[in-house]
Design a protein around this ligand. Structure first.
Ligand code: NAD
Ligand code: TYD
Length: 370
């Protein structure tokens, strides 16, 4: 029977995917309440949730998922029956520089949430029906060679970075809480997301922003690493399907059917941004350092830099289980999704300039009056 969440606790809802999910959820009039729980780290941003506080179904609470007592009290007070768990440290490069936060949030934090949910839902039976949905990544499966078959749910775990190892660990804990204690869990392991509200440290937003500002576009190593890009709206739809139709204890791989090398993604963004900036006088005035303004090519900004340590060569996802069991299929192809994403970053300049810090405040005042 389909599961119908009533009161949903969304961890990490002020981050990139979490905020898109909150918006996706509240855009559906029939859906119940959401309590967004987020520590507002560098990646969490209340601007991502702007305007939602007008909806009576929305509540934001600042807090740390490692604080089990606070989580448990909120789950009880708010009569939560569903957790959708996004909160994490999510950037591979940061995990290489300093793994500690990843171990704390991704492993200890996930365990703290599981303990709180079990204490209420399994031990005290505070709600008639419940669901703990864990949002994970395809990176737990490691790296594929060019001719390997895409990752399936049964592929062995072989994480290569501190980030993916911490996510793998959290996946195992979720599984154990289902198998051992009977917590109703579902897990989605998805490929690289892109779209609105993505922090400009990840490849796609970083590239767009740097082209607009005329800064170098760092490509790690030869740029031939392959990712299966998934538009964040497709991911949000997949999570909703997993909540409604997924079977407790099951894992679903979610992909975008868009395997593409990094260098190809960067070159495509260069061409699309050149075309858009070149055609619009308002953008030429605002982004005077962007190469298209002086008739040059953004691709000339591409700079091959030292490769990431332990860099996974290829990820690819077989989402046939989600297709068969949940009715999931990606809706956006990559070219269309990249165009829409560029449009979003061009329309929401203030959002990303604010993140880049005070250096740009002056630039903003001088160059961008919208
Ligand atoms: P993000 O870094 O943009 O956001 C993470 C959010 O979690 C932020 O709002 C941050 O403030 C919050 N957070 C961090 N530590 C916290 C803590 N201790 N307590 C409470 N909140 C905390 O991440 P994202 O890209 O939106 O990713 C969301 C989830 O999806 C993560 O679990 C990530 O592993 C997974 N995922 C991401 C991608 C991707 O391409 N971005 C792909 C697959 C899976
Ligand atoms: P990223 O967006 O960091 O996601 P992930 O590491 O989770 O896949 O990186 C995507 C790919 O792009 C990855 O192969 C690393 C590469 N990359 C670059 O080449 N240059 C960059 O500046 C960044 C941030 C990433």
């Amino acid at each position: 029977m389909a599961f119908a969440p009533r009161n949903v606790f969304i961890t990490g809802g002020a981050g990139f995917i979490g905020a898109n999910f909150v918006r996706h959820w509240l855009a559906r009039p029939g859906e119940g309440r959401v309590v967004v729980f987020d520590a507002l780290t560098y990646a969490g941003n209340l601007d991502n949730l702007a305007g939602l506080d007008r909806d009576p179904r929305y509540l934001f609470v600042k807090g740390d998922i490692c604080d089990e007592a606070a989580v448990r009290a909120l789950l009880e007070q708010q009569r939560i029956d569903t957790v959708v768990h996004f909160a994490a440290e999510s950037h591979v490069d940061r995990s290489i520089l300093g793994p500690d936060d990843f171990i704390r949030t991704n492993i200890v934090g996930t365990h703290s949430l599981l303990k709180a949910a079990k204490a209420l839902w399994v031990d005290k039976k505070t709600v008639p029906d419940h669901r703990f949905h864990h949002v994970s990544t395809d990176e737990v499966y490691g790296s594929l060679r060019p001719d390997d078959a895409p990752f399936q749910e049964r592929s062995p775990y072989a994480p290569n970075s501190p980030y993916s190892a911490s996510k793998a660990s959290s996946d195992h804990l979720v599984r154990a809480y289902h198998e051992t204690y009977g917590l109703d869990t579902t897990v989605t392991n998805c490929s690289n997301n892109y779209g609105p509200y993505q922090f400009p440290e990840k490849l796609i937003p970083l590239t767009i922003v740097n082209i607009l500002l005329g800064k170098p576009l760092p490509v790690y190593g030869d740029g031939m690493q392959v990712r299966d890009w998934l538009h964040v709206e497709d991911h949000c739809r997949a999570i909703t399907l997993a909540l409604n139709r997924g079977k407790p204890g099951e894992v679903y791989n979610i992909g975008g059917n868009s395997e593409t090398s990094n260098i190809e993604v960067v070159r495509t963004l260069c061409a699309l941004v050149d075309e858009t900036v070149g055609a619009r006088p308002d953008l030429r005035a605002a982004f005077s350092a962007s190469p298209a303004v002086r008739g040059a090519r953004a691709a000339d900004l591409i700079t091959h830099v030292r490769d990431r340590l332990g860099h996974d060569r290829r990820y690819a996802i077989d989402y046939s289980k989600a297709e068969h069991d949940l009715g999931y299929a990606p809706g956006r192809d990559l070219a269309e999704g990249l165009r829409a994403t560029i449009d979003w970053y061009l329309t929401n300049t203030r959002w990303w300039l604010a993140l880049l810090g005070r250096d740009y405040a002056e630039w903003l005042a001088k160059n961008y009056s919208r």
